[in-house]
Design a protein around this ligand. Structure first.
Ligand code: SAH
Length: 470
């Protein structure tokens, strides 16, 4: 197969990154923008020995699940890989993704998994409470111009986005206000190649329940010119806002080269440098650097499942590893004896402690550090010995849990383990260590996928395990 060759192919499956998979003359093709049951003309973009990447040039026969993407830049932007797939079919794709990972990578039989149907959203748009828009120069014919938006898939080319359909409408006006201010005072966007220029990203966070909005440009320096005027232009947006109200403006300083979006320093400018949100009757403080689930309505669905599975009676000692700002910990603390949260980002631990106080919860304790260091060493960061746990909840980032942490959890032998995962592949790897094979200590009670990220290829899963001897 040669580069730029065009072939006709019928798509049989979708890859986990959302490309259509088809076969031509023994070659496997991964076709961008093609869906299962589409027949397309595909143009080869990257030929390899046994497979090739391709782009959908023309749809010859559309899939019955194909819909028109509501967003005009859905194809160009790297975020919504599934927007052209009907939502019911998106849900089937994600259920299959979880099943395939657990059976293929985890080696489980389908009968061992007790896989439940994915819990999706009624309205799968405008669900995100957080957005990080890269700011930079885009080509406009012969010239370049300032823009903000999202990166195109696998590149750092900015696709200008005025109204991303996953976020609230006010985000477009906030972005516009920033670009207008930058143009007025000739404030340069950051240039990734040279490391020069000031504005790198625009972070916006919103508490959907409280309506509080935080605006935080990420800057390559300590000073943002005419910041007061910028704040005034933002506050003017509050008058017409049908979404929330801008309550806080701060700047995040990131002077390091590379792909990491946020730096460690936050300079407050207007209001507090955090917002609050409510969920499940609890109040949470959220700082710019802390992790908070981006889909708050599905977050409640997810945490409710995690809590149900923990089967708490009020007597249990619970670990919430990778606890962020303590959301799961505080959900569980209301039903457990003691909860110990461990989190690597110090600001998030600070938020978690404040959140416990805010909600008058006294039986939740938070420790800063890597779960695999603290729990494996048997001591928290203040030298308190780690107590024995009845229930362990883990909610790691995509890379999953460190193997030594899994070993320590097995030695601790809690009665139940709740694994909240955002990556089916690393989930499958870790479950194999906990519940794989005849002699495993744990059995899987249920696997519950939850759609936290409609239109994207990502899926969240809650797995409940219990000790076989209980
Ligand atoms: N349970 C929380 C956060 C989940 S996201 C919630 O639902 O909101 C994963 C969290 O793990 C992030 O807050 C991240 O900062 C943290 N983290 C990443 N690596 C870690 C490690 N090695 N040890 C402890 N926490 C870690």
């Amino acid at each position: 197969m040669n580069k730029n060759e065009t072939v006709r192919v019928t798509i049989e499956d979708l890859s986990k990154t959302g490309e259509g998979i088809g076969h031509v003359n023994g070659y496997t093709l991964f076709v961008k923008d093609a869906l299962i049951a589409d027949t397309v003309l595909a143009k080869i973009t990257k030929p390899k020995k046994q497979y090739a990447y391709a782009r959908c040039e023309k749809i010859l026969t559309p899939s019955p699940d194909r819909v028109e993407a509501p967003c005009p830049v859905a194809r160009a932007c790297g975020g919504c890989r599934l927007q052209e797939l009907d939502y019911a079919a998106q849900k089937r794709f994600k259920e299959k993704l979880v099943l395939d990972s657990l059976t293929r990578i985890g080696g489980f039989g389908e009968e061992d998994l007790h896989l439940k149907p994915l819990l999706g959203m009624d309205t799968p748009f405008r669900y995100r409470n957080k957005a990080q828009y890269p700011v930079g120069m885009v080509k406009d014919g012969e010239r370049t111009r300032l823009a903000a938006g999202f990166y195109a898939g696998r590149t750092h080319n900015i696709i200008e986005t005025r109204d991303c359909l996953l976020t609230r409408k006010i985000n477009g006006s906030i972005t516009e206000a920033l670009l207008t201010h930058m143009k007025k005072y000739k404030i340069p966007a950051y240039n990734e190649k040279t490391g020069k220029g000031l504005v790198r990203h625009l972070l916006i966070r919103e508490g959907f329940q409280t309506g509080e909005i935080l605006v935080c440009p990420v800057i390559n320096g300590m000073d943002f010119p005419h910041a007061d005027e910028f704040v005034q232009s933002l506050l003017a947006l509050n008058q017409q806002s049908k979404d929330g109200q801008i309550r806080s403006v701060c700047f995040n300083v990131n002077t390091k080269k590379g792909n990491v979006i946020l730096g460690d320093t936050v300079i407050p400018c207007y209001g507090e440098s955090w917002i609050t949100d409510r969920s499940g009757g609890l109040e949470f403080r959220i700082s710019p650097l802390s992790f908070y689930q981006v889909n708050p309505s599905q977050m409640e669905v997810l945490y409710t499942k995690a809590l149900e599975g923990a089967l708490l009676t009020g007597k249990e000692t619970v670990y919430d590893l990778y606890c962020g700002i303590g959301t799961i910990s505080l959900f569980m603390a209301q039903k457990a004896k003691e909860v110990y949260g461990v989190e690597i980002v110090p600001q998030a631990v600070e938020d978690a402690r404040i959140n416990a106080r805010l909600n008058r919860i006294q039986n939740a304790h938070f420790y800063a550090g890597a779960a695999e260091d603290l729990v494996v060493s048997g001591k928290f960061d203040d030298d308190t010995p780690c107590p024995k746990a009845d229930v362990v909840c883990v909610d790691p980032p995509r890379k999953g849990c460190a193997p030594e942490l899994i070993e320590t959890i097995k030695k601790m032998a809690p009665q139940r383990i709740v694994y909240v995962s955002c990556d089916p592949a690393t989930l499958a790897r870790d479950l194999k260590l906990l519940a794989g094979g005849e002699n495993a200590t744990y059995r899987i009670e249920s696997v519950q996928p939850v759609d936290m990220f409609p239109q994207s290829v990502h899926v969240e899963t809650v797995v409940l395990m219990s000790r076989k001897d209980t």
